[in-house]
Design a protein around this ligand. Structure first.
Ligand SMILES: [Zn+2]
Ligand SMILES: [Zn+2]
Length: 226
């Protein structure tokens, strides 16, 4: 197996402890050198609500979401947003290398085995993005790991998130709408909403809000990067 990011040969030997924990071997698509450039969030002094690293208390953004939407943020993420993650998403999303969707397969799969939810949904691409890119990056990232249900639609925004500054991002109004399928889900079910990157939390908070308003109370969110 070769690393999807750099093409280097991957050493796939599992540690004994991993064999007991997971029993079956989880495919790995990233080499040790690329992996060494990642900064796992686990075990850092994170915000307990959103995993913002090295803060040790509830961060300002989470306090703001609580005040604005009465949302007690329950977010988990795997890796700190650093240069490696930045370059990864540039290749994956901007240049549309869909094969890179599996680079973090092993990490996401492991997380999924340790957590369970009744319903797993995701932040969909807007129609114009989907058309321009030819694939939905968040769906592709998680489709082989979770049983994904499409429950939200995203309206086309005035300008792409990447071109907005922090204040503009925070102030962007709600751009999601629930699909009729959402009505068929029992309100006592636990919901997990997936996204690729958590920056200000706005995207996930807006989608969280849709579920909250629909009457759900057990709502969690997850992103690859924070
Ligand atoms: Zn590599
Ligand atoms: Zn926070």
């Amino acid at each position: 197996m070769r690393c999807l990011n750099c093409g280097a040969e991957i050493n796939n030997n599992l540690k004994i402890s991993e064999m007991f924990l997971f029993r079956t071997k989880i495919p790995n698509y990233i080499c040790d050198l690329c992996r060494s450039q990642l900064e796992p969030l686990e075990g850092q002094n994170n915000c307990p609500r959103c995993c913002k690293p090295n803060i040790g208390t509830i961060c300002q953004d989470c306090l703001m979401w609580e005040k604005k939407y009465q949302i007690i943020n329950c977010h988990q993420a795997l890796f700190e947003y650093n240069q490696f993650i930045h370059s990864y998403f540039k290749l994956y999303k901007r240049y549309g290398d869909v094969l890179l969707a599996r680079l973090f397969y092993q990490d996401i799969k492991r997380w999924s085995l340790k957590h369970s939810f009744d319903v797993v949904t995701y932040i969909p691409a807007s129609p114009s993005h989907l058309q321009a890119r030819g694939f939905d990056p968040v769906y592709e990232l998680y489709k082989d790991i979770f049983n994904l249900k499409k429950l939200l639609v995203k309206a086309d925004a005035d300008k792409p998130q990447a071109q907005k500054n922090r204040l503009e991002r925070l102030q962007t109004p709600q751009t999601f709408y629930p699909l009729p399928e959402l009505e068929q889900i029992q309100r006592n079910q636990s919901i997990l909403i997936l996204d690729d990157i958590y920056t200000t939390g706005r995207t996930l908070m807006h989608s969280h809000d849709i579920f909250l308003r629909a009457g759900f109370s057990d709502i969690s969110t997850f992103s690859l990067s924070r």
